[in-house]
Design a protein around this ligand. Structure first.
Ligand code: CA
Length: 226
């Protein structure tokens, strides 16, 4: 059973489908609310943020794409987008909306419940402080996102970001970072760290162009400012 008080907002304009989902989610221990109009979602989330949103793509009032974009401008709440067409998913991924998962209709409600559980577990593990700052690191999945946007990182860049994010504000020397990045002690130089930092900075800047998240501390190393 889910932790009591975990709220799932179902945004779905087909009442039968919405109540079917709500039945399954309630049986799994979640509290559910249903909204049938896209225009109602952002005010409702602002007023009372849920723990997760199931968001249908085709909605009256305001479509799911616009709703998702607006939500991401102020919230990291996990979002599962629901679409009626499987070929739509590729296009949605390309738009980088910041949704956490996608499901296609017709779906099995059990499958949706499983995805909801998986995402909530992931969010819980990534820890509160990081979530508040907009950086979410999923160690098991080797994935990271900033402000809801997935970061396309190489394994080395992922480890670099994870290390720096363990203690934001702490300065790590290049040697300390090298130790964390390569467990096979291959021959690498300080320059290697610099070039990975450069690539990681570029990827972070795609999400936050106005902020230098990784600072160079002259003669010492690097630190992450969030
Ligand atoms: Ca619909």
């Amino acid at each position: 059973m889910a932790e009591s008080g975990t709220r799932v907002l179902i945004v779905e304009d087909e009442p039968k489908l919405a109540s079917l989902l709500a039945d399954y989610l309630r049986a799994a221990g979640y509290d559910c609310e249903i909204l049938g109009n896209g225009a109602e979602v952002v005010p409702a989330v602002r007023a009372n943020p849920p723990d997760l949103i199931l968001l249908d793509l085709m909605l009256p009032g305001k479509d799911g794409l616009d709703v998702c974009r607006e939500l991401r401008s102020f919230s990291d709440v996990p979002i599962i987008m629901v679409t009626a067409r499987v070929e739509e998913i590729d296009r949605l991924l390309g738009l980088e909306l910041g949704a956490d998962d996608y499901v296609c209709k017709p779906f099995s409600p059990r499958e949706v419940v499983a995805r909801v559980k998986a995402i909530l577990r992931r969010v819980e593990r990534s820890g509160e402080p990081a979530a508040v700052t907009g950086l979410i690191i999923d160690e098991d999945g080797y994935r990271a996102s900033l402000d809801g946007q997935p970061l396309e990182l190489t394994p080395v860049e992922f480890r670099l970001l994870k290390t720096l994010a363990e203690t934001p504000g702490r300065v790590y020397s290049r040697d300390q970072l090298l130790d964390r990045l390569y467990d096979d002690h291959r021959i690498v130089t300080d320059r290697t760290v610099d070039s990975h930092v450069k690539n990681l900075r570029r990827k972070l800047a795609q999400v936050r162009p106005d902020q230098e998240l990784i600072r160079s501390i002259y003669g010492v190393g690097y630190r992450l400012d969030l």
